[in-house]
Each structure stands twice: as C-alpha cells, then as structure tokens.
Ligand binder design. Sequence first.
Ligand SMILES: [Mg+2]
Length: 252
Amino acid sequence: MLNFSNSHSGYPCSTRDTNSKKKPFEVILVDADDTLWENYFYFEKARETFLNFMEKREFNREEVNYYLDHFDTKRLEEIGFGSHGFKKAMEFTIEHFYKQKNKGTSETEKDFLEKIKTFIYNQPSIPYPGVKETLEYLKKRYKLILLTKGEEEEQLKKVQRSGLSQYFNACIVLNDKTEKHYKDLIVRLKLNPEKSVMVGNSPKSDINPAVKAGMYGILITKEKQWAYEEEDLIDSEKIIVVNSFKELTNIL
Ligand SMILES: [Mg+2]
C-alpha cells in the first residue's frame, strides 16, 4: 500500500516519488457520500436528536444508542441504505423499548421520525473544499464515473444538489458495493480493471471490494466514520491512501 500524504493517517504508509508512481488509468470511479460531500454528519445529527427524544421519555441513552446501532446494521442488509432505512432502524428501536413499558406509538412518534427522515433526505450535499477544482482537473484526463450506493432517487437528488453531475460521464447508484457488484460493473461497463481505480472514503465499500475485483483503490481517509463502514484495508500494492480529495491531483 502506498501513502502519498504528508501527514500520518493512521494507516501504514511510506513516502514515494509521486510522479514515478502515476498509473496509466483510463477510468476513475468516484464514491459520493463522505468523499465528495459530507453525509455522515447528518446521520449523526439525526441520531443525537433521536437519543434526546428517547432520553426525555426516560429511556437510557446508551442502551438506546446500542439498539439503534444494532437495528441500523441489520437494516443495511435487509432494507438498504439512506434516510428510509435509518427511519426503519429508529422505528424498530422505539418498538423495542416501548414494548418493555407496554407503551404504544402514536402520531407524535410517527411525525418525529418523518421529520428526521426529511432532515437526512434534504441534506445540502455541499462539495468539500477543492472537490470541484479536482474534478475539473480529472475530467480532462480520465473518464469519470460517480458510483454511489443507496436509494436511487435520494442519491441522484444529492448529486443534483451538489452541482457536480457535469463532471461525470455517468452516475451509477447501486444497492450495495460488494466484490460481486464491482465484478458485475467491470463486465457491464467493459472496464479494464488494470486501468480502473475506485476512489472513496470506505475501506469496506469502496476499496477492499474494488481491489478484490481487480481494480486499483484510492482511500481518502476520514476522521469520523460510520461504524458500518469500518474495516481494515486488505494488504495490496494496488491500494493508495491520501488524506483529501484534493491530493488526487498529485497522483492522477
Ligand atoms: Mg462514502
């Protein structure tokens, strides 16, 4: 694994001559949430609001948080990603705790959860500093594909709000990003995996499965990460680690 960042990212790194390591890539696949714009923050804000709501009803905050995580991880596999799935996880959590007190849900809970869902759904999707300039640079050199997972309508609305769609040759929304999804994509888009690189913030969804499928991977490290996305990077010379999207111009 190569690391071209100046500062230590928490991952093993080695400093190399970046120019000599430039690869003749043709296609750059780019993750969206928490790579191009902030997403995690809105889920965390929603989580805090939910925990406050439950604490006011005299449920233990830590316990509620534990079960919310439990249902959240479960729903990702069963229901999917995005605001709808998170709302479901909160619903399951409320049911779990209300049952203990023989308490039923009412319009108050329904309205509250709908408001949280809308808050997440309407997040502003403002590109991180330097993203536009970097995409401008990359667009002139490579075919760019935005590759995100979640509910199609919700994800495409974020792309629209971000104003970044003009930089991409295609925007693809998948229900998940596993090795199989990447292998299918390679066939579907007739990609040469040796000339394709996946850029993203998640080892679990962006880097490990893409590299296992034969592509290269560039991880953009993030200080705070969704528990679901945490996973150790696999050991591979095809993985590069940087600290920000802007740093891509140093290596691509
Ligand atoms: Mg991401």
